[in-house]
Design a binder for this molecule. Sequence first.
Ligand code: GLA
Length: 386
Amino acid sequence: MNLKDEFVRLFGEGGEIREYFAPGRVNLIGEHTDYNGGHVFPCALTIGTYACARRRTDRKLRFSSLNFPEAGILESSLDDREYRKELGFSNYPRGVIVTAAEQGYEADAGMDILYYGTIPNSSGLSSSASIEVLTGFIIKDLFGFDFDGITNAKIGQQAENRFIGVNCGIMDQFAIAMGKKDTAIFLNTATLRYQYAPLVLDGVKILIMNTNKKRGLGDSKYNERREECERALKDLQKAVDIKTLGDLDEEGFVLYSEMIRSQVCMKRARHAVFENRRTIRAAEALREGDLVKFGQLMNESHVSLRRDYEVTGLELDTLVEAAWEQEGVIGARMTGAGFGGCAVALVKERYLPVVMDAVGRTYRDKIGYDPTFYIAQTGDGPARIG
Ligand code: GLA
C-alpha cells in the first residue's frame, strides 16, 4: 500500500503532498506517576502513525484514516473550534490544531491529512498520542512554526485534556515527541528534566503482550484515579509541605499516610509514591546493567497496580502471572493506563518462542481468545519521511 496514492485517490491531485511518521510508545516502568509529579521510563517504538498532508487554499480541514475507512472523509473548518462527536477520530488532530492556535501557532490555511496507524487501537501503546504528536509535527512543518519537541508534547497533552476530555499526564506525548532509538527516556514529570538511558539488553528482548481487550481511556476509570490521588495529596498537605505525591519517599509516606481520610485514596497514593521510587531505582539498575533487579521492580510494579491502584483486571493479570511462571522471563507488568491493553515483559531471547506459546495457551484457556505478541523495537521521534 502506498499512502500517497491513497491520499490522491481520496482527496484528489494537486499541491505538495508531504509524508510523515510518529511512533507509538511502551512504558517500561513508572505507571500512573506522570500526573503525580513522579518519574516515568518509556521508549518510542517503530510501530506508529504515518500520514500524508498538504495545505489547502481555503480554511477547510479534511481528515481521513485508513484505519477507519467507514468514516470516510471527516470535514470541518479552522473556524470551528468545538469538539464534535460526529467528527470521530478527527477530534484528535482538530484538538491539536485548536490548542496550537491558542498558543500562537495559528495555521493560516486549511489542510487535508490522511492517517494510517500500525499501532493496534486501544492497546495502551498510545495510538492517540501518536496522532496528536504527529499532527503537531505536521503543522509545524507545513506552516513553518518553530516550536520544539517538548512544546509539541505539551500541545498534544493539552489537546487531550481540554479538547478530548481525558486528564492524562505528559508521558505518552513526551515519549513520542522526544523518542530516540535504542534508549528509554527517564523523565521527571514534575520538572520535565529527562535523560536518555541506553537500552543495553544483551540477549534480552522487550516483549509486548496484547490482551486484545479493548479499552477507551475516556470511559475508563482513568479520571477517577487521578481525582483520588488529588484528594490524597490534599489530605497529606495538611501535615507535610509537598507539591505532588512524587515529593514523598517511602518513609515519608509511612509517616504521614494516616492523614489520608479515605482508605481507597490511601491505596492510590501509596501506589503513586512507591511506583515513583521503583522507577528511580529501575533507571539506576539499568545504568548498572542489573537486569534482574530491573525485572523484580517490574514485577513489584504490577502487584502494586493490581492491589493498590486496581487497574489491571483479569486479562492483564492472566498474561502477567503466566509470564512470571516462565523460565527466561526477567520481569513482566501491565503497561499504559491498564483496564485491558498491553503488558510488557523482558525475556531472554532464546526463550521467546516457548514463553509466547505457554503464555498464549494459558491465556486462551482462561479468557477464551488469543493474546497477540510483538517483539518491541525502539525507534525515533516524529519525522518527515517524504
Ligand atoms: C495513559 C496516560 C499517561 C499515563 C498512563 C499511566 O497512557 O495517557 O499520561 O498516565 O496512562 O501511566
